[in-house]
Design a protein around this ligand. Structure first.
Ligand code: FES
Length: 127
């Protein structure tokens, strides 16, 4: 009886080989991955400040996530989604107005937090 219990204990404590998916989860840092969730808990240098002048935008890919970086007229740097919420235009092709960013295509305007603050030509704006 004792030998059977010992064998059962060994079987239950043996660890299985990690699957390839588990290792991929450590290797990728995109949003929603294990490493991505962990890495997003810390600050990271993503761009040289002196290379981003006021009124300029740049597309940025960091940890498998596409973003738009821009410096407002006040000198504050903001990171927004890569694409416009309206029709998906690349936001880095837009232009800076004050501390907001206006989409190139239909002119939706976003503040530094990514909140849409203006929707020109919409009869009933819902931003
Ligand atoms: S795609 Fe940006 S405002 Fe339409």
């Amino acid at each position: 009886m004792n030998a059977l219990t010992e064998a059962d204990d060994q079987a239950t404590t043996r660890t299985a080989e990690p699957s390839r998916d588990v290792w991929n989860d450590f290797a990728h840092a995109g949003p929603g991955t294990l490493a991505g969730r962990y890495m997003r808990r810390f600050w990271h240098p993503v761009y040289r400040s002196e290379d981003l002048n006021p009124g300029r935008t740049v597309p940025l890919r960091i940890m498998s996530e596409d973003l738009t970086l821009y410096r407002g007229d006040s000198g504050t740097v903001h990171a927004l989604a890569f694409r416009c919420a309206h029709r998906g235009t690349q936001l880095s092709t837009g232009w800076v107005e004050g501390d907001t960013l206006r989409c190139f295509y239909h002119g939706w305007r976003y503040d530094g937090s990514g909140q849409c603050v203006e929707q020109p030509a919409e009869p009933e704006p819902f931003c």
